[in-house]
Ligand binder design. Structure first.
Ligand code: ADP
Length: 411
């Protein structure tokens, strides 16, 4: 890496998509762009179909979003197309200013507790985790392989969704099942969205003017996938997702917590296969299963029109959220802040108001005017008298991945 190499390409490879951002992590505040400046962002969707689509926005040049449609056969072709778009603006993968590529990797098991420079052994270990993350790790691996083939000399860093949660104590991470069976199959609670929980809990401490080691925070990451975490002094002590991202809160299309006997029942009584149940709980449940919509804007609109199904779905979603706020208050003992983040958490004021309604005895309250403010900045929504701060803290997983990646390769 040269002294001028300050850029990081962040890649988030899904099964049929690649999201990417090129950021400048320039530590030199005296010259060049501020650390974290986005130079380009984009998305390749529907990889492997005839209608693949690449949308690229070259922020560095202030250019307009460029969209191209047409077949992109696989991740290799997708990454090559991304590289070509970046090159068109002089930001190509061959640039000497590129310091590293940071990959979001969903499952790091117990082994990866921090961002890790990828070599063959690391890649083999990520592959070994495929049985516990069959939906996510294979796509991440393909992204890594492709990026390494394009720039074999460049450091590639894996940033794991599970890493932040590896500090959970054993009593929070273990399921109460036969230990030998659990250990043989690596069954335990790993948690996900860790990059977001890490970033948001740190930013919340900053908003309170405190060091992360001094504050206890409940982070509610409410996107299409949703998870809660209890963070004590900067360390995660519990989180709502488990072996897979299915456990915990009610989500856009996932059930969250459910009696596991429901699955046997569906197989025995409804004649459903394993795959049927998997699809039901992961794709046809949550808000979409309850009312047919998973977009909170649409659900609120339907409630405003008096739609009872939408209202019940909302109430179930809020009830579960409240239960986790209560549980994590007990786990933490003292809570300094509850932070809302991600698509729903950052934008849906009614969700925030309903989730904290009636929790005054726990020191929580929402100021209606502050809650109605729309802004991309971290902000408080609680009145001054509230013992526990309530906050909206926009997440930025790409920035966090870029920061962790750059810190590792520039050390
Ligand atoms: P993902 O888990 O896909 O990253 P996001 O964090 O982007 O999800 O959240 C997407 C969800 O955020 C949408 O499904 C929608 O429910 C919600 N959302 C986005 N914008 C708004 C808004 N203005 N008001 C209410 N909800 C919103």
């Amino acid at each position: 890496m040269t002294a001028t190499a300050t850029r990081v390409l962040v890649l988030n490879s899904g099964s049929s998509s690649v999201k990417y951002q090129l950021l400048d992590m320039n530590p030199d505040s005296a010259g060049g762009p501020a650390a974290g400046t986005r130079l380009a962002v984009g998305l390749v969707e529907r990889i492997g179909e005839d209608t693949s689509r690449l949308a690229h926005t070259p922020l560095a040049t202030g250019g307009d979003k460029r969209e191209t449609e047409g077949p992109i056969a696989d991740h290799e072709a997708a990454l090559k197309a991304v590289a070509a778009e970046l090159s068109a603006d002089g930001l190509g993968l061959d640039s000497p200013q590129l310091a590293a590529i940071g990959h979001r990797v969903v499952h790091g098991g117990l082994k990866f507790t921090a961002p890790t420079v990828i070599d063959d052994a690391v890649l083999a270990e990520i592959e070994r985790l495929v049985p516990v993350a069959p939906l996510h790790n294979p796509a991440n691996i393909t992204g890594i392989r492709t990026a390494r083939a394009l720039r074999p000399d460049l450091p590639q860093v894996a940033v794991f969704d599970t890493a932040f949660h590896t500090t959970m104590p054993e009593y929070a991470a273990r399921y109460a099942i036969d230990v030998a069976t659990a250990d043989a199959h690596r069954i335990r609670r790993y948690g996900f969205h860790g990059t977001s929980h890490a970033y948001v809990s740190r930013k919340t401490a900053e908003l309170l003017g405190k060091d992360p080691s001094e504050v206890n925070v409940i982070v509610l990451h409410l996107g299409n996938g949703a998870s809660a975490s209890a963070v004590a002094g900067g360390r995660c002590v519990d989180t709502s997702m488990g072996l897979t991202p299915l456990e915990g809160l009610v989500m856009g299309t996932r059930s969250g917590d459910i009696d596991p006997a429901v699955t046997f029942h569906l197989k025995r009584v409804a004649g459903m296969s394993e795959d049927d149940v998997d699809v039901l709980l992961n794709k046809k449940s949550g808000l979409v299963g309850l009312c047919g919509d998973n977009d909170m804007r649409e659900i609120r609109r339907r409630i405003d029109e008096g739609d009872e199904r939408a209202e019940l779905a909302f109430d179930i979603y809020i009830h579960r959220l409240k239960k986790y706020i209560g549980a994590y208050t007990a786990v933490l003992g003292r809570v300094d802040a509850v932070a809302f983040t991600a698509g729903v958490g950052e934008n849906a004021a009614p969700v925030r108001a309903a989730a904290l309604a009636g929790l005054e005895e726990m020191g929580l309250a929402v100021d209606a005017d502050l809650n109605a403010v729309r802004s991309g900045e971290p902000r408080l929504i609680s009145p001054e008298y509230a013992r526990v701060a309530a906050a909206v803290v926009p997440t930025d997983e790409e920035l966090e991945i870029a920061q962790q990646t750059y810190a590792l390769v520039s050390a």
